[in-house]
Design a protein around this ligand. Structure first.
Ligand SMILES: [Cu+2]
Length: 274
C-alpha cells in the first residue's frame, strides 16, 4: 500500500472516531422534559455524528488542498486537467446514497416511534374519543398516551389550544378553564386539539422536542407526556405576522398535587374534576 493510502485510511479512522465522540459527548440540546424527547435525541445524535464527520472532513480537505497545492514561486498557467476516475466516482455516488437512504429510513422509524404514523385520537371533555367524521390534519401522538386512551381515556388530560395573532389560549373543557399558560401534571399524558383563528402558527416546546403546525380550518392533534417538573417556553415556530417573535407562552409542568390545586382554583365547574 502506498503511504498516501495509509494516511487516507488513518485520517478517515480518526475522523470517524472523532465524529462519534463528538456526537456522544457534545450536548447542544436543552433538558429532556417529555417522553418523546429521548427518542428524538437518538436521531439528533446520529445526524450530529454524520454532520461532524462531513464538516470536519470537508473543511480539513479544503485547508489541506489550499496549503499543499498552492501556487509555487515562478509557476504560471493553468494546472493539470484531470478527468475520469471511475472508482472514485462510484465511491462518491454510492456513499452519500447509502447515508441518505439510512437517514431517511431512520427518521421515518423515529417519527413512527413518536406516534406520528398512528391514527390520531383526541379525548373530548365527555371522555369519548373524537367523532370519526371530524377530520384531523395531522399531528404526533406518543405511544404511551395512545395506549392510555385505548384503556378508556382515563388519566389523559384533554386541552383545546387556540392560536391567534399573537397568542396561544389553552382551554380545559372539563373544568371550563381558559388560560394563557399551559399547566400539566408531570407523568400524565396530555392530548391537545389545536386550531388557529387566523393564519398558520406552530406550537413548539424545545424541551419536549415537539413541534406541530396549527392550521386554520383544520384541527391538528398533539399528544405528549411531560416527564420533568419545571417551566418551559412555548414558542410559535411559524412566521405568522409582525409580532410573531413575541408569540410566546409557558408550559408549567407541576407535581400532580400542585396541578390539582391550580385546577381547582381556576375551574368554573369544581364538581367536575379532571
Ligand atoms: Cu404565531
Amino acid at each position: 500500500m502506498s503511504p498516501t493510502a495509509i494516511y487516507t485510511i488513518l485520517a478517515s479512522l480518526i475522523l470517524t472516531i472523532g465524529g462519534i465522540w463528538v456526537g456522544n459527548n457534545v450536548n447542544l440540546l436543552p433538558v429532556v422534559a417529555s417522553s418523546n424527547a429521548p427518542i428524538y435525541d437518538e436521531l439528533f445524535k446520529v445526524l450530529f455524528i454524520i454532520g461532524t464527520i462531513l464538516f470536519v472532513g470537508m473543511f480539513g480537505l479544503v485547508v489541506y488542498s489550499l496549503i499543499k497545492f498552492r501556487r509555487k514561486p515562478g509557476q504560471i498557467g493553468d494546472g493539470l486537467a484531470i478527468e475520469d476516475n471511475l472508482p472514485l466516482e462510484i465511491f462518491w455516488t454510492a456513499v452519500p446514497a447509502i447515508i441518505i437512504l439510512f437517514v431517511g429510513l431512520y427518521s421515518y422509524d423515529i417519527y413512527d416511534r413518536m406516534g406520528g404514523m398512528q391514527t390520531l385520537t383526541h379525548v373530548n371533555h365527555d371522555q369519548h374519543a373524537m367523532a370519526p367524521e371530524e377530520k384531523v390534519w395531522g399531528g404526533i401522538g406518543s405511544s404511551s398516551s395512545q395506549g392510555l386512551m385505548q384503556e378508556g381515556s382515563l388519566g389523559t388530560i384533554p386541552v383545546e389550544v387556540t392560536a391567534m395573532q399573537f397568542a396561544f389560549l389553552f382551554h380545559y373543557p372539563a373544568g371550563d378553564i381558559i388560560s394563557g399558560e399551559l399547566h400539566v401534571p408531570v407523568g400524565q399524558p396530555v392530548s391537545m386539539k389545536m386550531e388557529s383563528k387566523d393564519v398558520i402558527h406552530a406550537f413548539w416546546v424545545p424541551e419536549f422536542r415537539l413541534k406541530q403546525d396549527v392550521i386554520p380550518g383544520q384541527p391538528t392533534i398533539l399528544n405528549f407526556t411531560p416527564t420533568r417538573i419545571g417551566k418551559y417556553p412555548i414558542i410559535c415556530a411559524e412566521l405568522c405576522g409582525p409580532y410573531h417573535g413575541g408569540m410566546r407562552s409557558t408550559v408549567v409542568v407541576e407535581d400532580p398535587e400542585d396541578y390539582k390545586n391550580w385546577y381547582m382554583k381556576n375551574s368554573k365547574k369544581p364538581s367536575l374534576e379532571a
